[in-house]
Design a protein. Structure first.
Length: 344
C-alpha cells in the first residue's frame, strides 16, 4: 500500500513555497512603490537655504539625468525627523542615492517604451499631478494668506470664557459586587454580605487597590486596583449610578465610603484625588484658540476662493446624465394675443 503522508508533505512544501513566492513578490512591489514615491517627490521643486553650488553638487548620473544635493534635500525635508536622521550620514545618503538611481533607470526605460503614454497610466499620472498642484495652490492661495492675530485670539477668549473652564474632577478606586437585572432578595443579600465583609477588611487597614484586584467584579477597573481615572460630574452616573458619583464628589481625598447600593450592584469607593474647577488663562488657551480660528478662517477663505474660481470657470452639472432620467420639457411661454386696432 502507498503511504499518503509523503504526498501531503510534498503538497505542504509546495504551498509553503507558493506563499513565500507571493510574499516576496508583494514585498518587491511595495519596495518599488515606496522607492518610486521617493523618486517622484524628490523631483518637486523646493526652496532651500543652502547655496546654489551646494545644491548643484552631483552624486550620480543616470543617462542624461543627474541626482544632486537638491534631490536629496527635497526628499529628506518631507520625512519625519526620526526618519530624516537615517540619511544624514554618508551611509544613509549613499543608500538614498542608490534608491534614486534605480528609480531613474526604471522611469527612463518606462518613458522610452511610452508606458507613460498609455491611457490608464496617463490618467493616473494626471491624477497624481493634479493632487500635488492642487495642494500647492490651496497652500499658496488660501492657507498661507490666513493670519490669526493676537487681538483675534484675545477677543475670542474674552467672548467664550466658558469654553476654557475645566470642571471639577475626581479620581476614585472602587470595588463592585454585581447585581443582575431582576435579582432575587436572596441574591441581593449574598452580594451585600460580600460587600460588608470587604468593608471590614478595608477598615482594618488593608490596601484598597490590592483588595479591589482580589474581590471586585467590575471588569473595567479590577486589574487597575479599581482605578476609574479622572471624571467630571455626569460622566459616570450611567456607568456606576448617581449615588456613586454623588458620593465621589462629596467625600474628601483618602476617604472610604460605606456600602453604596445601586441598581447594578453594591459599591465601596475610595477618593484617590480631586482637581478643583479651573479656568485656563489666555496664555494656556492661546494655541488651542489659534488652531480653531485658523481652521474656521481657512474654511471660509477656501469657500470664497471656490466661488471666485466658479465665476472664472463656469460650472454646469448635468443631473440628467448622472441620474439617467430625462429632464422635464421646457414649457413655452404663451405670448399674449395681439389686439387688433379698433375700427372707427
Amino acid at each position: 500500500m502507498y503511504n499518503n503522508r509523503p504526498i501531503a508533505t510534498r503538497n505542504a512544501r509546495i504551498t509553503r513555497k507558493e506563499r513565500m513566492y507571493h510574499m516576496q513578490k508583494k514585498g518587491l512591489i511595495i519596495s518599488l512603490a515606496i522607492t518610486l514615491s521617493i523618486f517622484l517627490m524628490s523631483r518637486i521643486p523646493e526652496a532651500h537655504s543652502k547655496d546654489t553650488q551646494e545644491q548643484a553638487k552631483v552624486y550620480a548620473t543616470v543617462g542624461n539625468e543627474k541626482i544632486t544635493q537638491a534631490d536629496i534635500d527635497a526628499k529628506t525635508s518631507m520625512l519625519p525627523p526620526q526618519f530624516r536622521e537615517r540619511y544624514e550620514t554618508a551611509d544613509g545618503k549613499k543608500k538614498l542615492v542608490e534608491q534614486l538611481t534605480k528609480m531613474s533607470l526604471l522611469s527612463q526605460e518606462a518613458r522610452r517604451l511610452n508606458i507613460d503614454k498609455k491611457e490608464e497610466v496617463a490618467k493616473r499620472i494626471k491624477e497624481i499631478a493634479d493632487n500635488l498642484i492642487i495642494q500647492e495652490l490651496i497652500k499658496e492661495e488660501v492657507m498661507d494668506k490666513v493670519k490669526v492675530s493676537d487681538a483675534d485670539i484675545e477677543k475670542y477668549y474674552n467672548e467664550n470664557k466658558q469654553e476654557f473652564v475645566q470642571p471639577e474632577k475626581v479620581k476614585v478606586n472602587l470595588i463592585q459586587f454585581k447585581l443582575k437585572e431582576n435579582a432575587t432578595g436572596e441574591e441581593k443579600s449574598a452580594q451585600k454580605k460580600k460587600a460588608a465583609e470587604t468593608l471590614k477588611r478595608l477598615k482594618k487597614g488593608e490596601d484598597f487597590e490590592k483588595v479591589a484586584k482580589e474581590v471586585s467584579e467590575d471588569e473595567r477597573t479590577k486589574n487597575n486596583g479599581g482605578n476609574t481615572g479622572f471624571f467630571s460630574k455626569g460622566k459616570r452616573s450611567n456607568t456606576y449610578g448617581p449615588k456613586v458619583e454623588d458620593a465621589a464628589f462629596s467625600m474628601k481625598e483618602g476617604q472610604i465610603s460605606d456600602i453604596i447600593e445601586e441598581k447594578n450592584g453594591f459599591y465601596i469607593i475610595k477618593v484617590a484625588e480631586k482637581k478643583p474647577e479651573k479656568e485656563e488663562t489666555l496664555q494656556e488657551a492661546k494655541s488651542k484658540i489659534e488652531r480653531r480660528l485658523q481652521q474656521e478662517q481657512q474654511k471660509k477663505a477656501y469657500d470664497t476662493y471656490l466661488d471666485t474660481l466658479s465665476k472664472r470657470y463656469p460650472v454646469k452639472i448635468y443631473d440628467e446624465n448622472i441620474t439617467g432620467s430625462t429632464p422635464p420639457p421646457k414649457q413655452e411661454e404663451q405670448k399674449p394675443a395681439e389686439q387688433k386696432p379698433v375700427q372707427p
